[in-house]
Design a protein around this ligand. Sequence first.
Ligand code: ZN
Length: 193
Amino acid sequence: MRIGPQDALIIVDVQNDFLPPSGALAVPGGDTILPAVNTLTNLPFGVRVATQDWHPADHCSFTAQNGPWPDHCVQGTEGAELSALLRTNGLAAIMRKGMMQPVDSYSAFTDNNGQNPTGLEGYLHTRSIKRVWVCGLAYDVCVADTAQDAARLGFTTYVVEDACASVKTPPAQVAERLQAHGVTIVRVQDMTP
Ligand SMILES: [Zn+2]
């Protein structure tokens, strides 16, 4: 498929805390997807956006607050920075999420309660984007929720599966869930300038 001005690339949470070997919430194989993600940034997308999980120190998702995850991506820390190995030159915007203490935000479009939009939907519409291509970390959490929301919001939505890594759910299972929501699963080699 040819990538052009009506296509947006969303790079989800390629941050130090999600990357082996030393990230606080390292996604298995998370570091191995970086070449694929960087290859995608070379394609002629109309817009390239990255997201950053960006939590206050007492965020509800942390185990200390009875949440499901160890402390990760605390605002202003090294762990919350985008990986130094990610090519960021072509990024038009960086969307931060998970900033409100009482609610988590897996999707780049809204919090987990669906009540606080980030503004990404309007941003993409303003830039005349019709198709959204999602990659990054973690496939079974923030990538999946971002893709599902994009499809729900009416964008033709693709996940680039070899530019994603999962925390625990096997990729085939994530793909099945996403396909049921109208998302198409592709690989980097399927995409051309
Ligand atoms: Zn988080």
